[in-house]
Ligand binder design. Structure first.
Ligand code: GTQ
Ligand code: FE2
Length: 368
């Protein structure tokens, strides 16, 4: 009978000589639910991260029609909670996890439809690549969603979504569902079935209080772990990126590398990331720009907002277009390039790694 203990081919030379006594010992390990380090070390303690998640790209032109189909066939209601279709990384065994820590889904609401109120410990955000008409109502504060808006929503806040318009709307959700799932940290509660739709203001209360650059309301001087600002509007993001490129053209240092403008969405009470577990950024590559190759511990997802570009992640290479989403697993080198200009939304799990002092990154040539 073969030993139940798996021996990796690569470290077989380090394994002890098999004898009947050793086989007996290994069978004893199995019975007693024990595993020796010496058979597992190659997998558990690799020299550098070996991501189980794979580089993968999902096409918007495939996702959107399927979300529309779901809109015809699948009702939204209590229990299922959301008409959200998650990206399942091909390296993660079919689970609805885009990376080991992150969830990414396309969510779809028909005209006048509600997604019921609930709350959960998972941190979340919405990003809108096209369309408008839905309000997400966070702790009773209705927040309009439009193309280019980034809408963070920290864990344990009540939220429901309501389509006020006569057209359907789709957007993407990002959450730390896999991280909290592996960590057994998840709590969930149902709220009212109906979303409060008595009001649908253009500006949320959170924006009226917080969306004034550099101005802190004196009623709120304590730092909070997640951002109190519930909408980061496209007009601000767009202008910030345009000004970085304009300043670069005028000879001032403003871009992360030539032709590459970038901003991070931040918590105005700390200057740090918007959510405790999720970092979100927006990147703009001017026409004819390519980025240096880079790799980082931790994983991220990009969504093309506008334009077309060549994306390389590990051994994969794609031409990515508006709405396409791709996963960058931990420590996989990636580069972005565009002939005609490229706008990208990005989110990742960097805050987790930074807080645990596990963050590392390298530009090509800087070693590992
Ligand atoms: O919109 O509240 O994609 O709770 C997954 C879980 C969206 C949401 C998702 C959620 C939501
Ligand atoms: Fe939710």
């Amino acid at each position: 009978m073969d030993s139940p203990v798996r021996i990796a081919a690569t470290d077989a030379h380090d394994q002890p000589v098999r004898t009947p006594d050793l086989d007996e010992l290994y069978r004893g390990f199995e019975t007693e639910l024990l595993v020796p380090l010496w058979t597992e070390i190659g997998d558990l303690m690799p020299a550098r991260p070996v991501a189980k998640a794979l580089p993968h790209l999902w096409r918007w032109r495939t996702l959107l029609p399927m979300a529309e189909q779901a809109g015809e066939l699948v009702p939204v209601g209590r229990g299922g909670e959301r008409r959200a279709i998650a990206l399942a990384n091909p390296g993660l065994g079919g689970r609805p996890f885009v990376t080991p820590t992150l969830w990414a889904a396309i969510q779809y609401l028909n005209p006048r439809e509600d997604a019921p109120v609930h709350r959960h410990t998972q941190n979340a955000f919405r990003f809108v690549v096209e369309g408008e008409g839905v309000w997400t109502v966070v702790d009773g504060d209705p927040v309009a969603m439009r193309r280019g808006d980034f809408l963070p929503q920290a864990g344990w806040h009540w939220h429901g979504h309501h389509n006020r318009s006569d057209g359907p709307m789709a957007w993407i959700d990002g959450l730390d569902i896999p991280f909290q799932h592996y960590a057994d940290a998840t709590f969930f509660e149902f709220g009212p079935d109906e979303v409060d739709t008595r009001q649908d203001p253009a500006l949320s209360r959170s924006e009226r209080l917080w969306a004034h650059p550099g101005l802190r309301p004196l009623t709120h001087v304590r730092p909070t772990p997640a951002t109190p600002l519930l909408a980061y509007r496209w007009e601000h993001t767009d202008r910030a990126l345009a000004e970085q490129l304009a300043l670069e053209a005028e000879g001032y240092p403003a871009t992360v590398e030539p032709g590459h403008a970038a901003v991070r969405y931040t918590n105005p009470t700390t200057g740090g990331d918007v959510l405790p577990t999720i970092r979100a950024e927006f990147h703009r590559l001017a026409a004819g720009t390519s980025t240096r190759q880079r790799r980082e511990v931790g994983s991220c997802v990009f969504q093309v907002f506008d334009g077309t570009g060549e994306v390389t992640v590990g051994a994969e290479r794609w031409t990515a277009e508006r709405g396409d989403l791709f996963a960058v697993p931990s420590w996989q080198p990636f580069t972005l390039a565009t002939e005609t200009g490229l706008d990208l939304f990005r989110f990742g799990d960097a805050p987790i790694f930074e807080r645990l002092h596990l963050d590392r990154s390298s530009d090509e040539g800087a070693g590992t």
